[in-house]
Every structure is written in C-alpha cells, then in structure tokens.
Design a protein around this ligand. Structure first.
Ligand code: HEC
Length: 199
C-alpha cells in the first residue's frame, strides 16, 4: 500500500516537473496567435464588420472627446495634437513605453491621463472609465492593422522579466497560466470571454 502511494506521489512529481518545464519555455514566434484566432466564428464576424462591432461606439465617443476642451487649460486634445489620423498613427502600437521622468513603463491609458493632468490641467480620468476607454479606443484605432512593437530600452528589461514571470505563473481557480492557454486550443467558455480589440 505504501509503495502504491509512493509511486503515485512520484508520478505526480514527474507530471508537475513536465508541466513546469513546459511553462518555463517561451512560446515560439511561429506559434504565437492573436486573441482573435481563439474567437468563435460569430464573434470574429462581429469584429470583421465595423457597423456590427459595439467597440466602434467607444471609438466614436473618443473622437468627440478628442475635440472637447477640458480642464483649467481649456484645451482639447485636438488643440495640441491636431488630426489624430496623422499625429496618433502608430502610437498605440508602441505602448507601453518607458516614461523617462517616471522611470517606469506607462500604458496608453496612463499616457492619456498624463496629458489630462499636465497639459489640460484636468483631473485624471478613472482607470477603465467610459471616457478613458473611449479616448484610448480612438487613439488605438489610428494604429489599426499596424504590427505591435515593444520598446527595447534596457530600463524596460526588469518590467519585461516580471511580466514574463506572471505570464508563465499558474494562478486563479483554474490554475491556468496564460502561456499554457496560449499553447492549447481554447474551450468554448474561454472563447466566449474574448474581448474586443481595436487594432
Ligand atoms: C497642451 C497640449 C496638449 C494637450 C491638450 C494634450 N496633449 Fe497629449 N501630448 C502633448 C505633449 C507635449 C506630448 C509629448 C509628451 C509630453 O511632453 O508630455 C503629448 C503626448 C501624447 C501622447 C503620446 C504620444 C507618443 O508618441 O507616445 C498621447 C497618446 C497623447 N499625448 C494623447 C493625448 C490625448 C488623448 C489628449 C486629450 C485628452 C491630449 N494628449 C492632450 C501635449 C498635449
């Protein structure tokens, strides 16, 4: 009986070792897939058609906000950045970027809020609020179809390493790592959780 338990434990340890070595490996470039490819065909169809994609409502709201004057400076985004289709082209595809003043990376929402605070002298918008998401969606729309490029500054390295560690870590009730999910075909439940993407 004791031997059977020992064998079972040994088998579990071997399985855990195999699982952790799989997680530790990088996903080869050729096997990396966009979240779009995990979507059910009906969700893909919605995303393929701008008139059916509810995410485009945020883009339209973002365009209105882009032209609205705000804050003590009484300036709109457009007053400094003019036509977003030119000034914001390719911007979202580069984010998150290193903010040299803060000494850490900032994502697009944080970057927009820095402009709210520093350049419009307005209260930063709550993270994930309707207006901040709308402005972010509108700015991101200007990079539609462009490849995402990560920054290569050495100061970014510790943040990338931490991100890699979190990506590989198993967490949550399903003990699923993002890396493991990206390697396996997703279940219908996973596919139904797909979020909208604008670029
Ligand atoms: C008074 C001028 C001014 C206003 C108003 C302003 N910005 Fe900016 N923005 C700047 C400047 C200057 C920079 C360059 C970084 C810096 O110096 O802060 C910048 C940078 C940015 C960037 C980063 C661009 C890049 O290439 O990485 C984004 C995105 C951005 N602004 C979006 C917005 C949005 C959205 C609004 C309106 C909510 C806005 N800005 C309002 C002046 C302004």
């Amino acid at each position: 009986m004791r031997t059977a338990v020992a064998i079972a434990i040994a088998a579990l340890l071997v399985a855990a070792a195999i699982a952790s070595s799989l997680c530790a490996a990088e996903i080869p470039q050729g096997e990396r897939r966009s979240g779009y490819s995990f979507m059910a065909p009906d969700s893909q169809a919605i995303q393929n058609d701008d008139t059916a994609n509810p995410g485009m409502l945020w883009v339209l709201d973002g365009e209105v906000l882009w032209n609205n004057k705000a804050g003590a400076a009484g300036k709109a985004c457009a007053d400094c950045h003019n036509d977003a289709s030119t000034s914001m082209k390719g911007v979202a595809a580069r984010y998150p970027v290193l903010d040299k003043t803060l000494g850490r990376p900032v994502d697009l929402q944080q970057r927009i809020n820095l402009c709210r605070a520093d350049h419009q002298q307005a209260t930063p918008l709550p993270y994930e609020s309707h207006d901040l998401l709308a402005l972010t969606a509108y700015v991101a729309e200007q990079s539609r179809g462009m490849p995402i490029e990560a920054g290569t500054e050495p100061e970014l390295e510790p943040f990338v390493a931490k991100g890699r560690e979190l990506f590989m870590q198993r967490q949550g009730p399903c003990a699923a790592a993002s890396a493991a999910s990206a390697l396996k075909p997703m279940t219908t439940a996973h596919r139904n959780w797909s979020s909208w993407s604008f670029i």
